[in-house]
Structure formats: C-alpha cells, structure tokens
Design a protein around this ligand. Structure first.
Ligand SMILES: [Cu+2]
Length: 113
C-alpha cells in the first residue's frame, strides 16, 4: 500500500467516524397529525425536543391552516386536501394552534425536554 493510499484510507475512516458521531436529531423523530372532519387528530400531542410534526390534510374538499396563537405565533400556508405541512420543534414549551379559516378548530403541541 502506497503512503498516499494509506493516508486517503485513514482520512476516509476518520470521516466515517465523524459522520457516525453526529446527532441524528435533524432526521430522527417525526409525528403526524391528521386533519379530518374539521378536527386535528390527535388535537393534543406531546413530543420530545427535536421532533418534526407533520399535519396532513385528509379532507375531501376543505383546506385548513395551522395558526400558532402563542406569543410569537404565525400562520402556515393553506394546506389543501392531500397536502401536508411540517414544523420542526427545537425548543421546549407549549404551542397552541387553531385553524385560520376555522377558528373553532384547536390543538396544542407540548414539546418536552
Ligand atoms: Cu380549518
């Protein structure tokens, strides 16, 4: 084995070890909430920090949104039937939400440490 080849082999090994040690947080946990019959199902969900929550519109005709009503709240784009929308949660807390066009729809995500 040439010194050059050996060096490259060792570099590759080091890179693999580095990749293996990275936290899997970015792609690890996902949770799903179905939107059906003008309801979030489940409406209340507790997830660990680092979770991505995906809302899936399973209606036939109605579009919905996710309107976060907390201190730094915001509204998602409109989610049409068959579409989904995701939010990654990297801070613990309580994230209440409702639906922009249907204020009677409610839910809350609790993000635990
Ligand atoms: Cu709605």
């Amino acid at each position: 084995m040439s010194p050059d080849h050996e060096l490259r082999t060792r570099l590759a090994g080091g890179l693999l070890a580095l990749l293996a040690s990275l936290p899997l947080q970015a792609c690890a946990d996902t949770a799903e909430i179905m939107i059906r019959d003008y309801k979030y199902q489940p409406a209340e969900l507790t997830v660990p920090v680092g979770t991505t929550v995906k809302w899936i519109n399973d209606e036939k005709r109605v579009s919905h949104s996710i309107l976060f009503t907390g201190p730094d709240g915001f509204e998602s784009e409109r989610i049409f039937p068959g579409e989904s929308w995701e939010r990654h949660f990297d801070r613990p807390g309580s994230y209440p939400f409702s639906c922009g066009p249907h204020p009677e729809m409610h839910g809350v995500i609790t993000v635990s440490e």
